[in-house]
Design a protein around this ligand. Sequence first.
Ligand SMILES: Nc1ncnc2c1ncn2[C@@H]1O[C@H](COP(=O)(O)OP(=O)(O)OP(=O)(O)O)[C@@H](O)[C@H]1O
Ligand SMILES: [Mg+2]
Length: 309
Amino acid sequence: MPGMSTRPVRLIALMNQKGGVGKTTTTVNLAAAFARAGRRTLVVDLDPQAHASLHLGVDSATLERSVYDLLLDPSLDAGGIIRRATENLDVLPSTTDLAAAEIDLAAEPDRLKRLEAIFAALGDRYDHILIDCPPSLGLLTLNGLAAAREVIIPMQAHFLALQGVGKLMETVRLASRSFNPRLRVLGVVLCMHDPTSTHAREVVADLEGFFEAGRDQDTPWRYARVLRPPVRRNIKLAECPSFGQTIFDYAPDAPGAQDYAAIAEGLTREWDALVAKLASAASPAPTHAQVSTPGRQAPVASPGAEASA
Ligand SMILES: Nc1ncnc2c1ncn2[C@@H]1O[C@H](COP(=O)(O)OP(=O)(O)OP(=O)(O)O)[C@@H](O)[C@H]1O
Ligand SMILES: [Mg+2]
């Protein structure tokens, strides 16, 4: 058996430039679901609002150092800044001064690659790293897209959603063309979903049509889809951040816990199948397009070059 050290780290950025769509809720609770399944998981809070930190019980007002300091100097020891949230679940917290990073780093030639450098220094300490991006497409989100391999778009099934998704895909395409060719869009997580709404169903159908229409084109969203199940609107999900708890600690039987656990399970099944194939494949490692996953014609993403190391 190849050692655990050859296992690729799963790097997922959760992004949407629209505010309040469920990015942080999805990042924190998907990460918690992975952690509960035994994966060593890190949440990176890339938002100066520091909501993910708070959600995981870290009050950013009390922190001396945060992801901001690491972005300015990736040679700092991340271990001294990362906080433990629950078993298998850590957070690299944010503080409000992160808002200055854009200006502080403006003149640095490697300003897009700072988060990637932080991850490189972490080595194989984590199985999964989830990045909670801010609601903008600035330097912080671009650092997330440079450091990630996979992208998840949390969103609500509203009528302007499709237009927003088109713009997001163009941003991902730009990132993939200019600095991260391995970037792949996993898909959309529908947040605050109302399954009884006809309108929501129409928007979901439109989204699926958009993804289907791109299947034969070489884009980062070629294999993207609407991830199942949608996350139902559930007041417990809105309550748990103020207790500094994930949904699994706050209300483990709530619909929100069931939905995030089910999404995580599906993602993990595909990931494990993909990693197993990459590990058993002869050199050179199969490319993204050559590996297939159960129940699908194509993989969700290539775990990247680490798998062939
Ligand atoms: N499924 C859900 N049911 C009920 N409330 C939800 C659900 N998902 C998220 N919320 C609530 O909706 C609000 C916005 O969610 P969240 O903070 O996750 O969005 P965001 O995209 O991270 O926002 P921002 O753009 O400000 O970072 C929060 O108050 C959150 O608790
Ligand atoms: Mg947020």
